[in-house]
Structures are given as structure tokens and as C-alpha cells.
Ligand binder design. Structure first.
Ligand SMILES: *Cc1c(COP(=O)(O)O)cnc(C)c1O
Length: 496
């Protein structure tokens, strides 16, 4: 059966998956959602237990991407997860740590969970270009404050018919993040530091996306723009796979019986990761509660407790920077699924855009609470968790995962829900070595490679190759520009 995708705001035509991936966002400003959720029964889950991660991915993606052939999906999946790009044969292994399980999503080339989706999205997009007969090149524009830029660069490098250009704030990313981007090889990649802060970089990119005259100029050069951020369905659908994969692994290990409910705690920013868990549950995977863990930017905790979303509040720079977000875009999809009412969604999103707040109401949030529970942890608690888990289990959590660990335990304490819990781990501790070392009571000063080595000797583990190898890598990109010159950079790169 053909799966169609419609806009959460109800004013765009239904499209097939390839078109949804190409467009990224619907014509009415809404997000694409599937019209129906495919079903996966206990037998389906059982059949996954003996499969590799790539083969699990093929089965699950096939249910959603019905306009892609099995061969196309297989090609995409194998080049995304095969070829030794992930440093663990299981791709997304589940580890038992104390009385929790940890789903490690950071074995990809950039050591953060964004790789799970950004290794696959470029391939889905490349196939979509072929399928729709598009002859123009697609230029992906990204504004990044850290993790997304590198993961997108690594995913799109040398993918046919695509180019990728990443803007980051000059002096506004960590040394390690800057190095990761500056050393990115590939014939179709460009990295530019923008003088200013993240808002300048992001504002500049948004202006370019909204500039029709500029789009025409690019079209004359044979190029169209697209985006790789987490509102794209092609970034969300790969994430459904690892919920099934974790469940299948725990069945196989005998930790749970097929059919038993399993809870997940997810360190959350844009609500993309945890929403994929919701889709898995709607498909029929026996997911119990999805626990939404936030840092001090706890707008989602308040929303999931009261139904009132309000981004008018102080913004905190925390030690879990990938969750420093006040507008969680993917909540929009959840509102749609809970109401099936695009005009309601449109009203809330307009209020969010103009006033920075909306009230979904108590009745609505009770529906959310059937699936989600929410909590948050500040930096002090997060660091204490890193230290405690290290001392008790000799396992080193990164700062984002430590937020989730803290909230998972709070959930268990408060609700007495003793069902097995998976903590979703979104980054290697080596990616945030400074904060992790500090939490462990170690010296956290020095260049990024000194910190890697110090964490290696403290933890008795080895830093991911992708991070350690940058010590010898050549910085290739050293372009910088003013915000006003971003268009010129894009046009020059489009013509290259
Ligand atoms: C992006 C990111 C998150 C947040 O994920 P969302 O899908 O945006 O909720 C959490 N942890 C890390 C390390 C990330 O890079």
C-alpha cells in the first residue's frame, strides 16, 4: 500500500515519501506526517531478533517509504550503516549498566546520535532526486551551534548531486567541534565561520531560504536549496529503527520477553528522538512510558506537565549544549497526532511564532501524558550523576545522557514504575571531555587532545577514532565572512 504524507497544518497537498524528503518542510510551513501508522506485531518484532542492524532498518523503513523499492532502501541502508563507518558491529548496541540498560547511539563517524539519521538522510535524498527526475543539484544549507554541522557534513560528503555548506558562529563552537568541521574532506563540502553569534548564522540562513529572487539566481546555476535539520521526515524515520532494535536485543538477551513493556528515557532538545519512540509505540512495539529529559532549559517539562508552552524565559548555556533549545519543532507533529486537527495546530504554531507561547489545554496534555512523562536536571545534578555512575559501575556517561539518567531515576522513584528502562545515550563522553573530566573531579584544562588522553587514562577506555585522528588531520576550511556576505558565499559555492 502506498503511504502518503500530509502537512500538520493541513494546507498542502499529500505527497509520497521521496517528495517529503526532498522538500523537508511542507508548502504551508507545516511538517510532513504519515497519514497512517504501519503496524508491526509480535511476530515482526521476533523476526528482528536474528537480524543485523542494517537488516532491521530495511524492514522498518520499507513500511514507511513505500515509494522506494527494496533495492533502493537496501542501497541507502548499506552505505549508511555498513562499510565500517560505525565503530561497533552492532551499530546501536545496548549495554547493561546497573539496573538500567543504555542504548548507545554514538558509534558513528562524529560520535553523536545525529549520525544515526544523518548517515541515511543524504542517501534517501539522493535516491529521491533520481526517482523524481530532478536534474538540479541540491545544496544543503546548515547553520550549526555544534553537533549538527559535522554530522551533516560527514553524511553529505561526496553524495552525488548534492552539495553541503555549513555556517557556524566564529568563536562560538568548542575547539573540538571547530576542528571536526574544519578538517572535513569531500569535493562537495564547504564550511564558513560567520562573524557573530549563532543567531546571526541562523538568521542569515533563514533569510536566504526566504529569498525568492536569490532562489531564482541559484536555479539559473542549476541548484536548489534544501535543509537537513530535524523537521525533515527523512531524519525522523531512521530514528524509529533503533527503538525496535533495542527491544529486539533485549528480547534476544532474555532481559525481557517479547510482548513485555519497555520504558525509554530520552535526553531531549527538538523532540525528534523521543517522537521516533512514539511512532514505534504506535506501530505496536510494546513501549511503556517515554520519559522526556531536559536540562535547565526545561520548557518541555513545563509543557508536558501543564499544556502551556512558553518560550519567553531565560536561556541557559548548559554543559549539555545540544539540548539548549527553547522551541522544540517536533512537538508540532505530536499535537497533530493527538488532535488530527490541522487548523488547531496552525493556531498554536501561529501563536508560538507571534507571541512565543500557546496553551494546548489540560485535556490535551492529559492525552500526551498517556505516552510521556517529563523531568529535568540542572548542571550540578548532571555532574553528580556522572560521578556516581562512574564510581558505582565504572561506566562514563556524557553530559546529555547523564541528564537522562538522572531523570530516569527520578521517574522510577516518583512513580514506582519498575518496568525495565532503557536510557537513550546520545553522545560519546569524549565529545564533551572537559565537562566529563570536571564531573569526575579531574583537571579539565588543556587542549582538546590533552583532555581526550586524560579521559582515556581515567576511564580505561579508548577515544573514538574520529575524534583522536583529528590530532593529525589537516584543517582544510578557514573561510570566514560577515553575515551580510553569506549570500555571496552561497552563490560562489553553488557555481563551483
Ligand atoms: C541533538 C541532540 C539531542 C537532542 O535530540 P532531539 O532529537 O533534538 O530531541 C540530545 N543529545 C545530543 C548529544 C544531541 O546531539
Amino acid at each position: 500500500m502506498e503511504m502518503k504524507y500530509v502537512s500538520t497544518r493541513g494546507k498542502a497537498e499529500a505527497v509520497e515519501a521521496a517528495q517529503a524528503v526532498l522538500q523537508g518542510i511542507a508548502g504551508d510551513g507545516g511538517l510532513f506526517v504519515p497519514t497512517e501508522i504501519p503496524k508491526a506485531d509480535a511476530e515482526f518484532v521476533q523476526s528482528l531478533t536474528e537480524l543485523s542492524y542494517a537488516d532491521r532498518a530495511k524492514k522498518i523503513l520499507g513500511l514507511f517509504l513505500t515509494d522506494y523499492t527494496d533495492e533502493e532502501i537496501a542501497r541507502c541502508v548499506e552505505s549508511a550503516y555498513g562499510g565500517g563507518k560505525f565503530d561497533d558491529a552492532a551499530v546501536a548496541p545496548v549495554k547493561s549498566v546497573g539496573d538500567l540498560s543504555v542504548l548507545e547511539l554514538w558509534h558513528g563517524p562524529t560520535s553523536a546520535f545525529k549520525d544515526m539519521a544523518l548517515q541515511l538522510l543524504p542517501r534517501l535524498l539522493s535516491e529521491a532526486l533520481k526517482k523524481t527526475g530532478e536534474t538540479k543539484e541540491t545544496l544543503i544549507l546548515v547553520a550549526t551551534s555544534g553537533d549538527t554541522g559535522k554530522a551533516a557534513l560527514a553524511g553529505f560528503a561526496d553524495v552525488p548531486q548534492t552539495k553541503i555548506m555549513v555556517f557556524y558562529p566564529d568563536g562560538g563552537v568548542s575547539d573540538m567541534q571547530r576542528l571536526q568541521m574544519a578538517t572535513q574532506a569531500g569535493k562537495n563540502v564547504s564550511v564558513v565561520a560567520v562573524k557573530g553569534n549563532f543567531d546571526d548564522a541562523q538568521g542569515g540562513v533563514k533569510e536566504i531560504f526566504g529569498d525568492e529572487a536569490f532562489a531564482k539566481k541559484l536555479a539559473e546555476a542549476g541548484v536548489r536549496l534544501s535543509s537537513a535539520n530535524s523537521i525533515n521526515w527523512g531524519r525522523l524515520v531512521p530514528q524509529i529503527v533503533y527503538y525496535f532494535s533495542a527491544y529486539a536485543d533485549l528480547v534476544k538477551a532474555g532481559t525481557i520477553k517479547n510482548g513485555d513493556p519497555l520504558n525509554f528515557t530520552v535526553p531531549t532538545g527538538n523532540f525528534g528522538n523521543i517522537l521516533a519512540g512514539f511512532y514505534a509505540r504506535q506501530m505496536g512495539l510494546p513501549v511503556g512510558k517515554l520519559v522526556c529529559a531536559s536540562n535547565q532549559n526545561n520548557v518541555l517539562t513545563d509543557f508536558l506537565q501543564t499544556g502551556y508552552y512558553d518560550k519567553n524565559r531565560d536561556f541557559y548555556k548548559t554543559i549539555s549544549p545540544s539540548m539548549d533549545i527553547l522551541v522544540s519543532s517536533n512537538v508540532e507533529r505530536m499535537l497533530y497526532h493527538m488532535t488530527g486537527d490541522p487548523s488547531g495546530v496552525r493556531g498554536w504554531m501561529e501563536a508560538l511564532a507571534t507571541e512565543g507561547r500557546y496553551d494546548a489545554g489540560v485535556g490535551m496534555i492529559q492525552r500526551f501524558q498517556n505516552y510521556f512523562w517529563a523531568g529535568w536536571a540542572d548542571d550540578e545534578k548532571t555532574k553528580a550523576t556522572i560521578r556516581e555512575v562512574y564510581e558505582a559501575e565504572h561506566y562514563v556517561l556524557d553530559t546529555h545522557t547523564a541528564v537522562a539518567w538522572t531523570v530516569a531515576n527520578e521517574y522510577r522513584r516518583r512513580t514506582h514504575d519498575e518496568r525495565p528502562m532503557v536510557v537513550v545515550s546520545t553522545a560519546s563522553p569524549y565529545k564533551f571531555s572537559g565537562s566529563v573530566l570536571e564531573a569526575l573531579g579531574e583537571d579539565a584544562t588543556g587542549d582538546p587532545f590533552v583532555l581526550l588522553e586524560r579521559l582515556e587514562s581515567k576511564s580505561g577506555t579508548t577515544a573514538p577514532k574520529g575524534l583522536a585522528s583529528m590530532r593529525d588531520a589537516q584543517a582544510i576550511h578557514d573561510t570566514n565572512c560577515d553575515k551580510a556576505a553569506m549570500r555571496d558565499e552561497v552563490l560562489a559555492f553553488a557555481k563551483r
